[in-house]
Design a protein around this ligand. Structure first.
Ligand code: LLP
Length: 417
């Protein structure tokens, strides 16, 4: 079942769950990110229930949206977490989640980060090189513990997505060559302070076709068999994240629960603990970036709608030429316009939409930039010394600010003359 869009019009006004977005803009100011608690939970549960056939853990990819309140609600729902830095581990722990549900991915873990993760007692490391295995082993020895490790494999499966977020073929920096994995496993077996638990992979993000992920699962299961044949136990299989969301209206996306059930069916009977690491598909559609129109501006060739959100708040259009729908908060009967929606930052790359059919909005009107629950605030910066916007979490007919708008003092914290 396709999860419902938590953003709906009521009497011509856009709401998040039961809350009028005008009300949030008035009290929290703009720009501002708004997330739906129900929207996030519904998508998380679609994974969790879809995988129910097999022992599993849905490790939400913290990088997609790492607000403490978001992490806390997922932790309470039983989620695990996929982290890629010490900072993400700190957030997960501050949100009250147990370290035992954390997997640590990433191609460049530092000694400090590994030590921190060992001290906290995370579930496992997804190791990406033999050098990393040796470092984890040495640090675990120093601490007198055994580190649980999975080998991250590069299954060499191309996936159709933006080239910056494809990760699963040989030309990418990620993972270990599948062909070498059995030999690496054998050598790693001798490292006394490691406990080799299993295998992991992640072939890319924003995949609208789940076929490559399912194909990667087949490659991984084959590898599990050959390592087991060599006499080694393989207990866990982590198939990463990557499921895409509809950024454009009508774009067809895989149903989360069905996709999860397909994965579970593949793994069923293989006596494996299944881990997945979805990020975007849990939070993207549950969030918007609320922004106010500052000016309308027309040149000979173009119409511009200048808004108070910019590329520093949502870098995806500038970085990946990605499309985000832009909804007027108030529906109007006036005919649409064709315009670029741009922010105040001093770069031509600072746009949220180009040549877009859009509501005929006027200065002071509110717009909601859709599908901004993932990879939006987390990638926001203070470029142009702009203050990062607040984040709001809606629950039914209530809402609260879960991260305050930054102040000028925040901007210079830690700096000296
Ligand atoms: N696991 C690993 C090891 C990853 O590298 C990623 C994402 C995920 C899980 C979660 O993937 P998801 O389910 O969210 O697709 N900033 C980009 C996306 C970068 C994704 C990086 N890795 C964007 O805005 O599109």
């Amino acid at each position: 079942m396709t999860p419902v869009n938590p953003f709906q019009y009521r009497d011509g006004v856009l709401h998040c769950e039961q809350v009028d977005l005008t009300e949030i803009a008035r009290r929290a100011g703009t720009p501002c990110y708004v997330y739906s608690r129900a929207g996030i939970l519904e998508r998380f549960r679609a994974y969790d229930e879809g995988l129910s056939e097999v022992p599993h853990l849905v490790c939400y990819a913290v990088k997609a949206n790492s607000n403490l309140a978001v992490l806390a609600l997922l932790a309470q729902a039983g989620a695990g977490f996929d982290i890629v830095s010490g900072g993400e581990l700190y957030r997960v722990r501050q949100a009250g989640a147990p370290a035992s549900r954390v997997v640590f991915s990433g191609v460049g873990k530092t000694a400090e980060e590994i030590e921190y993760a060992l001290a906290e007692g995370i579930h496992s490391f997804n190791a990406e090189s033999e050098e990393e295995l040796h470092l984890i082993d040495a640090l675990a020895a120093r601490r007198g513990v055994k580190a649980r490790v999975a080998l991250r494999i590069n299954p060499d499966i191309p996936a159709e997505t933006h080239p910056y977020i494809a990760t699963g073929t040989r030309e990418h920096k990620f993972g270990l060559d599948a062909a070498q994995a059995p030999a690496i496993w054998q050598r790693a077996q001798r490292l006394k302070n490691l406990s080799l638990e299993g295998l992991s992979c992640h072939i890319g993000s924003q995949l609208l076709d789940p076929a490559p992920i399912l194909a990667a699962a087949d490659v991984m299961l084959e590898l599990v068999r050959s390592i087991r044949q060599a006499g080694y136990p393989v207990r866990t299989l982590d198939l990463g994240g990557g499921l895409g969301v509809a950024y454009r209206p009508g774009e067809s996306t895989p149903d989360i629960a069905q996709f999860a059930a397909q994965l579970a069916r593949k793994v069923a009977g293989a006596d494996l603990f299944l881990i997945v690491e979805p990020g975007r598909s849990i939070v993207a559609e549950a969030g918007v970036l609320l922004t106010r129109v500052l000016y309308r501006k027309r040149t000979d060739s173009k119409e511009f709608v200048v808004v108070d959100a910019a590329m520093n708040d949502l870098i995806r259009p500038a970085l990946y030429q990605s499309h985000h729908e832009i909804w007027p908060v108030h529906l109007s009967a006036r005919p649409e316009i064709l315009a670029d929606v741009v922010g105040p930052v001093c770069e031509t790359g600072d746009y949220l939409a180009r040549d877009r059919r859009l509501a005929n909005v006027l200065p002071g009107d509110l717009l909601a930039v859709a599908t901004a629950g993932a990879y939006a605030f987390v990638a926001a910066s203070n470029y142009n010394s702009r203050l990062r916007p607040p984040e709001v979490l809606v629950e039914g007919d209530r809402w609260r600010i879960v991260r305050a708008r930054e102040s000028y003092e925040d901007l210079i914290r830690g700096e000296t003359i």
